[in-house]
Design a protein. Structure first.
Length: 94
C-alpha cells in the first residue's frame, strides 16, 4: 500500500464520518421537531442499517476473495455505506 493510497483511504473515512454526523444531526433535529421530518423517518432510519451493512460486508468479502490489497478491501467495504449516507444527507436536507 502506497502512502497515497493510505491518505486516500483516510480521507474517505473522514468524509464518511463527517457526513454521518450531519445525517445524525438532521435526524435528531427532525425528531425534536426543529426541522420538518417525513412520516416514517424513524422507522426508515432503523430499517436501512441491516441491508447497508450486508452490502458493505459483501463488497469487502468479494474484494478480499479476489485478492485485493487491504486498502482496496476497505474502499470496497466503505463505498456502499458512503453512498447510503450521501443519499440520506441529500434527502434530509431538502
Amino acid at each position: 500500500m502506497t502512502p497515497f493510497a493510505l491518505f486516500a483511504l483516510q480521507s474517505q473515512i473522514a468524509a464518511l464520518a463527517v457526513e454521518t454526523q450531519i445525517v445524525m444531526s438532521l435526524r435528531l433535529l427532525g425528531m425534536a421537531g426543529a426541522l420538518p421530518a417525513r412520516p416514517g423517518e424513524n422507522n426508515r432510519m432503523v430499517a436501512e442499517k441491516g441491508p447497508a451493512m450486508v452490502k458493505a460486508f459483501a463488497a469487502g468479502t468479494q474484494a478480499m476473495m479476489l485478492g485485493k490489497r487491504p486498502d482496496q478491501i476497505m474502499d470496497a467495504s466503505l463505498a456502499p455505506l458512503a453512498r447510503k449516507v450521501r443519499q440520506n444527507r441529500k434527502r434530509l436536507m431538502k
